[in-house]
Every structure is written in C-alpha cells, then in structure tokens.
Design a binder for this molecule. Structure first.
Ligand SMILES: Cc1cc2nc3c(=O)[nH]c(=O)nc-3n(C[C@H](O)[C@H](O)[C@H](O)COP(=O)(O)O)c2cc1C
Length: 188
C-alpha cells in the first residue's frame, strides 16, 4: 500500500473480531514503529504488550474504576467505550517513556521532545497495521486509571498512551478534519 493511500485510508477502529494476532506480526509492527524518528535518536519508547488474561485483568480494573467514577457522577466521556474496544482487541500495547523518571536533569523540553518521538512511533503503528489486515485505536482514556495501572504493573516509567490492535469488525467513514486554511498561516 503506498504511503499516501495508507494515510488517507487509516481510521480509528473501535470494534474488533475475536481473532488472535500472531506474535510475529506484533513484533514486526513494533520493529517498524521503532524506525520512527526521535529527538537526538533517544528512542524514548518502551512497549508493554498485554494479551489474554493480562489484558482481561486490565479491562476488569478499568471497569471497576469506571463504576467508581459513575457513583461520584463524574463525567468519564468515552472511557467506557474505550474499555469495550480494549476488551475486543487482540492486543493492547501500553507505551511508556522510561527516561522521564530516571534522568535527573529531565525537563519540560525533553518531555515534549520525547513525547513527540513517541507519537511518531505510535503513528507508525497505526499506519503499518493495515498492511497486516489490522486496525488500531490510539488511546489516552487510560489516564482515567493512570495511578491504578502503574500500581497494577508495578511500573516506574511514564505512561504516555495505549494502542489497541485487532482484526477490524468495522470500517468507519473518515472523521471530519478542519479545513487547511483554519490550521495554517503563511508568513511571507
Ligand atoms: C493522542 C490520542 C488519544 C486518543 N485517545 C482515544 C481514546 O482514548 N479513545 C478513543 O476512542 N479514541 C481515541 N483517540 C482516537 C481519536 O478519537 C481519533 O483519532 C479522532 O476522532 C479522529 O478519527 P480517525 O482516527 O478515525 O481519523 C485518540 C487519538 C489520539 C491521537
């Protein structure tokens, strides 16, 4: 698939078939994602891959937290829909920045540089997955249960995002985009 067609065809997929992705395909996708550029070539990404029981445990944890939020009448936006997508997906990849907690002189500029690099890696996952017949959902709703995930995983790294991957069970239309003139300014 050429890259422009791939970019135009990519969609966030929220419904997945009950079908397992072979490990070598996940590994190939992650290998490709690490070809993304990164500030100072720091490659500030770490991927934790959840499948089967471990993913189910996370879904249960997320559901428990959703009920707690609902009891307090807290608006949780798309959180529950996202949990359903994670539940259906074959794999959930949690993406961490391991540097932010270990470098003593870590600062705001490094954080935004590293976060851009991680974004490039995640976008690469989203763009290459369809080549393997797969769909992806980039997820930040995990921040509704950030602390609980860190405790559950006994993890010190900085959680940046999650990506659900699976064989699509829906082929969504493209979502609207702002017009180019709304998001550009030419300065001569
Ligand atoms: C940083 C980021 C976080 C996102 N978090 C979520 C999420 O938690 N749940 C969800 O359903 N979609 C999430 N999305 C998907 C967006 O809703 C989606 O990209 C947007 O609506 C445009 O649709 P498209 O990806 O199909 O073009 C996220 C996307 C990005 C880039």
């Amino acid at each position: 698939m050429d890259i422009i067609r791939g970019i135009e065809a990519r969609r966030s997929v929220r419904k997945f078939q009950d079908k397992v992705i072979p490990k070598d395909i996940i590994e190939r996708i992650l290998e490709l994602s690490t070809k993304a550029p990164s500030g100072k070539n720091r490659q500030p990404w770490k991927f934790v891959i959840l499948q089967n029981n471990k993913k189910d445990e996370l879904v249960n944890l997320m559901r428990k937290i959703a009920s707690a939020y609902k009891k307090q009448n807290t608006n949780i936006g798309s959180y529950e829909l996202t949990i359903n997508s994670i539940n259906e997906a074959s794999v959930l990849i949690l993406v961490f920045n391991p540097y932010s907690k270990i470098e003593e002189d870590y600062n705001y500029y490094r954080l935004i540089t590293d976060t851009q690099s991680i974004g490039a890696a995640i976008q690469t996952i989203a763009l290459v997955a369809p080549n393997f017949g797969l769909g992806t959902l980039w997820i930040c709703d995990i921040f509704y249960c950030h602390n609980e995930i860190m405790t559950w995983l006994e993890c010190e790294d900085e959680l940046v995002a999650a990506v659900a991957i699976g064989y699509p069970n829906e082929y969504p239309h493209s979502r609207p985009r702002k017009l180019l003139h709304e998001v550009t300014e030419w300065i001569y």
